[in-house]
Ligand binder design. Structure first.
Ligand SMILES: [Zn+2]
Length: 150
């Protein structure tokens, strides 16, 4: 089943990441945006950030310099969530501060991190990538990401 990265719900993460330690959602993102341009999707379909996600983006989101693909404002924020049984009460928590992720990597064997892009103006949201992290995988690839254009 194809994973759509649309409409990220922090309380109900997408089903487990398959196909390797990193799943890149840039293709899915591109197809959503082209469906939007062709009129197969409306802005209400794609600009539907979960209130919790939107709040996290506004308060602690990482500012990005790339414009929003929908409203063109420079209002894109990146938010990370972590999921995993091993995380116990931290399962589903938003990553803040960023250093906390390093702490988790050092203390857990395996969990999944979801990186979501959110526009705080129009509520566009889409998964950027999901990856497995933890002692089993050593350092997360989170700090070296560069390509977010699509
Ligand atoms: Zn926007």
């Amino acid at each position: 089943m194809a994973v759509s990265g649309r409409s990220f719900d922090p309380t109900r993460p997408p089903s487990s990441v398959t196909g390797g330690p990193v799943v890149d959602y840039s293709l899915a993102r591109r197809s959503v945006l082209s469906a939007l341009r062709r009129g197969h999707l409306g802005t209400h379909d794609v600009c539907d950030a979960h209130p919790e996600l939107l709040r996290a983006a506004k308060n602690i989101g990482e500012t990005r310099s790339t414009p929003c693909p929908v409203c063109s404002h420079e209002s894109i924020r990146w938010v990370r969530y972590v999921y995993g049984e091993e995380l116990k009460r931290n399962n589903g928590r938003v990553v803040y501060p960023a250093e906390w992720l390093r702490e988790l990597v050092a203390t857990c064997d395996h969990f999944t991190c979801y990186l979501v892009e959110v526009c705080v103006d129009c509520a566009w949201n889409h998964l950027v990538r999901a990856y497995s992290a933890g002692r089993r995988y050593q350092a997360p690839p989170a700090q070296t990401e560069r390509r977010e254009r699509g």
